[in-house]
Design a protein around this ligand. Structure first.
Ligand code: ACO
Length: 334
């Protein structure tokens, strides 16, 4: 069975509650119809219900079965505001400020999750990554033992010799512009977990650089070496190696030549890039030049699954991300 089919089948059995804050956005509404028809998840659409119904009619989609929630009038606002004030008391957030913030669906959605009224969130079809993530960071926060949220992409390439039958996981393609050694190590550990939980593969993690095993000397190389060592301490069972160049990580002959002792070189299935610039450009290069399918970013390290869409996303990207989010919620909460 193909990976996405398995992810969707799992989601159908979990019946998680997913909140979509961009309730009048046409692709979101089309995806909602598919998700409800295929029984993939229970859906909350945020916004003014009259406007949501009108937008659905204009798109010609049936969203019967979705629960429409108006952040501006919902009866839970007061309780959510109290929780927000408590979480942000060291920052001096007042109740009035919290109530004002709750008018924004991108704040109301994570508060539904925080207060147990939803299991996951997906947004970003019409909002920038930072605007989706900031309220999630502030109110849902990271899971215990993790200080940094990062974003992985599941990459489906056409040659099955690469990765796990042509599936690789890349990170961090979405969040941390310039991670420290410690943050890069945490990104590696989180990405291995995502690869195992969603793809079901045994992770072999390559910490990428422009150097392999000391072939270049530079502080940027030292950072990757340090991060590799920290990741080994964080998870002693993790199969990880670095620093490795991309060809040494993926091509068996090059791996043998440049890092003959490595368990990872030549057969990596998880690629951890040294920074956001390389990772974001790297995944898009693979996606566009080799017609690979890229699914994500799957956000990892958050205390609850909240995922960000690319503004160029398609309806099927949204459906797939909802299914993945349901799988993440099951891995976290069930
Ligand atoms: N993990 C956990 N918490 C975080 C993280 C993180 N990675 N980053 C920031 N935070 C927290 C901070 O600790 C802070 O919490 P506090 O208010 O309780 O102190 C809060 O979030 C806000 O922190 P700022 O430093 O003010 O973060 P800012 O809002 O400036 O930036 C952001 C965070 C928006 C995610 C920034 O790192 C960013 O813009 N990253 C790039 C996103 C992007 O554009 N990606 C590429 C596009 S995505 C794509 O192509 C798929």
């Amino acid at each position: 069975m193909k990976l996405l089919e398995r992810v969707i089948l799992n989601a159908q059995s979990y019946q998680k509650r997913i909140v979509l804050p961009e309730g009048i956005e046409p692709r979101t509404l089309r995806a909602t119809e598919i998700i409800l028809n295929e029984n993939i998840a229970r859906i909350f659409l945020l916004g003014n219900p009259v406007e949501i119904v009108q937008a659905a009619e204009e798109c010609g989609v049936n969203i019967k079965g979705a629960v429409l929630v108006d952040p501006k009038t919902d009866s839970r606002r007061d309780a959510y505001a109290d929780v927000m004030v408590e979480i942000r008391k060291s920052k001096g957030l007042t109740k009035e400020e919290a109530l004002e913030m709750l008018n924004d669906p991108l704040v109301f959605a994570p508060m539904m999750i925080k207060c147990g009224d939803a299991d996951g969130e997906i947004a970003g079809a019409i909002n920038a990554t930072g605007d989706v993530l900031r309220p999630a960071f502030q109110f849902v926060k990271t899971m215990p033992g993790v200080s940094v949220v990062s974003g992985a992409f599941l990459m489906f390439v056409n040659d099955p010799h690469f990765g796990h039958d042509g599936i690789l996981v890349f990170a961090d393609c979405a969040v941390m512009p310039d991670p420290t050694d410690q943050q890069l190590a945490e990104i590696a550990v989180s990405t291995a977990k995502t690869a195992k939980a969603i793809v079901g593969l045994d992770p072999r993690v390559a910490m990428l650089s422009f150097s392999t095993k000391g072939s270049a000397q530079h502080p940027l190389v030292d950072k990757v070496v340090n991060a590799t060592n920290i990741a080994r301490q964080l998870d002693p069972d993790l199969i990880i190696d670095g620093e490795l160049q991309l060809d040494a990580a993926l091509i068996p002959e090059v791996g043998k030549l440049k890092a003959p002792e490595s368990e990872v070189a030549g057969r990596a299935n998880v690629l951890v890039f040294p920074g956001l610039e390389a990772a974001n450009i790297g995944y898009k290069l693979v996606q566009r030049l080799s017609q690979a399918e890229a699914i994500g970013p799957v956000l990892q390290g958050m205390a609850a699954p909240i995922n960000d869409l690319s503004r160029g996303c398609s309806v099927s990207d949204i459906v797939n991300m909802v299914a993945i989010t349901c799988n993440q919620a099951a891995a976290l909460f069930d």
